[in-house]
Design a protein around this ligand. Structure first.
Ligand code: GUN
Length: 292
């Protein structure tokens, strides 16, 4: 039976650690970490993520500014908010929730965020630093994966990590982090994606399998080898009328199916998802304290 990698427990520990450090930062240096959040449109998942980020700011003693705009907001308005926050010394982190509506150029918005306040780690400068191995803001979900494996003592050195998915938010950064010649990395990394004739050919070879594709229960028991460590980044809503909300959240991995074969696994919900918010708080704290 697989060990459950408890994202709820670890994210709570991390947030508690940051809360204590924040108290000190306020008392000793008079600095309160400040995070500005911008949401455009009505995407239910995006709305719920922004709400949990706002709640975490309140719990940890951060200042937060949250701007919610309608779907038809123009690009210039978004760029104006970013510029205003780039020049506001009480704001240490800027987060524009993705996805943005189609008529707004996502890359242009990300590029407009000051690299000094890029707590999402999506700016090309942050990504370039990550690839080279320089210090900088690491995207929150990949940072959360590294932190979970570290705190559960999961060895990565020399292990074959297979990443399924090549998104800018998860697949590309986690793959680039894990092959670095550093502690909690130094792995042999394969990235596979939709162009693979048979994705399962790769997943079966993984010592550590990281899935971030957004396909409910895509990975089954036959697709993995004995003892695999599974990090499931998928957060998929599937219709379930028996639930109060009318849907159920499942991962990219069929949890029950792989449970017997895996040595450790992150559940969905209660795994990686909660770590994303904790690492956002960590990045914002580091920006405020001058660590990054
Ligand atoms: N959409 C999905 N994940 C993220 C994230 O980590 N940050 C932002 N800004 N948008 C997202």
């Amino acid at each position: 039976m697989a060990q459950i990698i408890d994202g709820k427990l670890i994210s709570a520990q991390i947030k508690e650690e940051i809360k204590e450090k924040t108290k000190k930062l306020v008392v000793e240096k008079g600095i309160q970490p400040g995070l500005a959040l911008l949401l455009v449109g009505e995407n239910p998942a995006a709305k719920s993520y922004v709400a949990s980020k706002e709640k975490a700011c309140a719990e940890l003693g951060f200042k937060s500014i949250v701007i919610r705009l309608s779907e038809d907001t123009d690009e210039k308005t978004v760029l104006n908010y970013v510029e205003q926050w780039n020049n506001d010394s009480s704001i240490h982190g800027i987060l524009v929730q993705l996805p943005l509506p189609k008529h707004i150029d996502e890359a242009k918005v990300i590029n407009s965020i000051s690299p000094l306040k890029d707590v999402d780690g999506f700016h090309p400068e942050s990504f370039g630093r990550l690839v080279i191995g320089l210090p900088g803001f690491v995207p929150c979900t990949p940072a959360g994966i590294i932190e979970l494996m570290k705190r559960y003592n999961i060895q990565t050195k020399g292990k074959h990590v297979v990443v399924v998915g090549r998104s800018n938010i998860v697949g590309k950064p986690i793959a680039n982090l894990l092959y670095q010649k550093k502690p909690n990395a130094n792995a042999i990394v394969t990235i596979c994606h939709t162009a693979a004739p048979d994705i399962r050919y790769y997943t079966k070879q993984a010592d550590i399998l990281i899935t971030a594709i957004g396909v409910p229960k895509f990975i089954k028991s036959d697709d993995v080898k004995d003892g695999v460590v599974i990090i499931d980044v998928g957060i998929n809503r599937v219709v379930d009328k028996s639930k109060e909300k009318g849907y159920l959240i499942v991962g990219d991995v069929d949890f029950d199916s792989v449970m017997e074969k895996a040595s450790a696994i992150t559940p969905v919900p209660g795994g990686v998802g909660l770590m994303t918010v904790a690492m956002l708080m960590s990045n914002t704290y580091k920006s405020a304290s001058g660590e990054i």
